[in-house]
Ligand binder design. Structure first.
Ligand SMILES: NC(=O)c1ccc[n+]([C@@H]2O[C@H](COP(=O)([O-])OP(=O)(O)OC[C@H]3O[C@@H](n4cnc5c(N)ncnc54)[C@H](OP(=O)(O)O)[C@@H]3O)[C@@H](O)[C@H]2O)c1
Length: 310
């Protein structure tokens, strides 16, 4: 791995199609901008059209020749995920990079129209369905990548298989941790299935940004109304963490570097901050029987079969 890898190290992406969920702010915005700077056509999959337009204009002001395509996606609604996939497929016949980035953190208990807990829906189920339904456009594309956004919170998390949507004893941080662990587990199982099917072109991996100052913390504090957390997000995290430019590097590394390997987990070298490095995975993220179990439960709950074959 290159020491102190930065966005300048992203190889030329001309002719490649990249999709970034939650592309209008924070790490998704940074990732879209840097992929576009290197020549990729970037599908900015966003929930809010006004915010998406603003983000696109901001990137174009810096990179006038950026190839950006805004598309509407609300990951909290499976109907929206399916409509998004249909719209994408009607315009594109391939996808080289899928960056499953969008997320919400520790919001109060909310149930989606599909009957799922909201954080699980946005951070995990929506991305599972999106990936499953786009898979045939990605598989066999040379050097294609599927990158799932996780977090250091996965280190203290577990998956409640008997209550995946936390209907009993809701804990907003507990669910957040579960969603982020699930994203690494999902990447690990996808990687395992890719390797079993002898698919060498596509790699599945996960990444985390450390602590990075984005809208995530403000959105969370506004939704929960928790004053202590709002204070910590405002006065503590900025000292421990790093800019969103730095925070986006691990996911960009995972999405583009030939050194980034399937089934690995990348984050900042110093846990909360630093240049990209490979990170250890907890025993909870490494239990192969849990990978399969989560995959099958998710197929069932979302009614989305996900067949991994060339
Ligand atoms: N920042 C950190 O320190 C940190 C640490 C660990 C992990 N992460 C992970 O990094 C990822 C990116 O977060 P960020 O820090 O860049 O936060 P952010 O600035 O708040 O960006 C989150 C993005 O997700 C989008 N989003 C939220 N709900 C959505 C939905 N229902 N459908 C589609 N998009 C939706 C948001 O759209 P709106 O603008 O419309 O809300 C926004 O574009 C998340 O998965 C987060 O868990 C961040």
């Amino acid at each position: 791995m290159v020491n102190n890898w930065t966005a300048n190290n992203i190889p030329d992406q001309s002719g490649r199609v990249a999709m970034v969920t939650g592309a209008n702010s924070g790490l998704g915005y940074e990732s879209s901008r840097e992929l576009a700077r290197k020549g990729a056509t970037v599908i900015m999959a966003c929930r809010n059209p006004q915010k998406a337009e603003r983000a696109k204009a901001q990137i174009l002001a810096e990179i006038p020749n950026a190839q950006l395509h805004l598309m509407a996606l609300d990951l909290g609604r499976l109907a929206s995920v399916h409509a998004f996939v249909e719209a994408f497929r009607s315009q594109y016949d391939r996808l080289d990079i899928l960056l499953n980035n969008a997320g919400v953190m520790a919001i109060p208990q909310t149930t989606t129209e599909d009957g799922f807990e909201m954080q699980m829906a946005v951070n995990y189920y929506g991305h599972f369905v999106l990936t499953a339904r786009l898979f045939d456009l990605i598989v066999n594309r040379p050097h294609s990548r599927i990158v799932n956004l996780s977090s250091v919170v996965q280190y203290g998390a577990s998956i409640q298989f008997d209550d995946l949507n936390w209907e009993r004893n809701y804990s907003r941080w507990g669910v957040y941790g579960q969603t982020k662990l699930a994203m690494t587990v999902f990447a690990n199982e996808l990687d395992r299935r890719l390797k079993s099917a002898n698919i060498e072109n596509t790699r599945a991996l996960s990444a985390h940004p450390g602590f990075s100052i984005t809208n995530l913390q403000g959105t969370s504090a506004d939704a929960s109304g928790h004053k202590g957390e709002a204070w910590a997000f405002k006065y503590v995290i900025p000292h421990l963490g790093q800019s969103q430019e730095m925070g986006a590097l691990p996911q960009l590394y995972a999405a583009t570097s030939s050194d980034a390997m399937g089934g690995k987990f990348y984050g900042p070298r110093w846990w909360a901050r630093g240049y990209p490095a490979e990170c250890p995975q907890t025993p909870a993220a490494r239990r192969v029987e849990d990978w399969r179990k989560l995959w099958e439960r998710t197929e069932e709950l979302t009614q989305t079969p996900f067949n991994v074959s060339a």
